[in-house]
Design a protein around this ligand. Structure first.
Ligand code: OAD
Length: 228
């Protein structure tokens, strides 16, 4: 299963590509590339500090909770791969979860390669909790031009899955946008749950259009009833 910003929209977190989304107010090349961080780390820190602070004001929604219920009750294998850097899946209770684009509540030391939890604001003088060198830590976020995390585990899951579901993602950003084709090529059934048809809509066998908070609990109910 692949989730995107749409699954956290009803919690109150802005998506990226909506008309009031994050990429309307900020240019990707100003805040979400390694070059942007090298040029103006303060601007990049401000962007992620604001988003990290916002996490403290929101709660998981019905869609996160339904996927957490699936995690507990689904008897077979399950993997939720999220492009989201919020922590709403785990706060809802999902455990079989990978953050392919990193985590807002994480830092990464570019000097000693340590990854660590980071809850408050980060700035250009912050020290790595392990090597204590100042000024060399950054948000643990995968920026444009960088390799997403866990690609080996994700590829293995795509090769082996019987069902691939994408929830709340526009299908605009690779490699995640290509997962549906890999899964379909290997014989998996494919389902898209989204407010509107995504850019990858032609690759899905089935679509359910509507709010994730309505459609995901309904789908999980059906799946668990069929499995019982
Ligand atoms: P987008 O903002 O591109 O797409 C969000 C999708 O969710 C859209 O197709 C919306 O129609 C849909 N949506 C919005 N509200 C919804 C709701 N309540 N229920 C269901 N669907 C809803 O976000 P992503 O696809 O997650 O990467 O974006 C992918 C990546 O692009 C992000 O991880 C981020 C961004 O640039 C990086 O920063 C590396």
């Amino acid at each position: 299963m692949l989730t995107g910003a749409g699954i956290s929209a009803e919690s109150g977190l802005a998506t990226f590509r909506a008309s009031d989304g994050l990429w309307e107010d900020h240019r990707i090349e100003d805040v979400a590339t390694p070059e942007a961080f090298a040029r103006d780390p303060g601007l990049v820190h401000d962007f992620y500090n604001a988003r990290r602070a916002r996490l403290g004001e929101v709660e998981p929604d019905a869609a996160h909770r339904a996927l957490a219920r699936l995690d507990v009750e689904w008897p077979g294998e399950l993997l939720v791969v999220t492009q989201n850097v919020d922590d709403l899946h785990e706060r809802a209770g999902s455990r079989r979860l990978l953050h392919m684009h990193g985590e807002l509540r994480g830092g990464w030391c570019t000097a000693c390669n340590n990854r660590f939890r980071w809850d408050g604001p980060m700035d250009s003088f912050a020290r790595c909790p392990k090597c204590a060198l100042p000024g060399l830590i950054r948000p643990d976020i995968v920026w444009f031009g960088e390799m997403p995390y866990e690609m080996e585990a994700i590829d293995a899951a795509l090769m082996a899955c019987d069902l691939f579901v994408a929830i709340g993602t526009s299908g605009a950003v690779y490699p995640a946008a290509g997962f549906v084709q890999t899964a379909a090529y290997r014989g998996a059934a494919t389902l898209e749950i989204n407010l509107e048809p995504s850019q990858g809509r032609i690759f899905f066998d089935e679509h359910r259009f509507g709010l994730a908070g309505v459609e995901v609990p309904k789908w999980v109910d059906e799946l668990l009833t069929d499995a019982a």
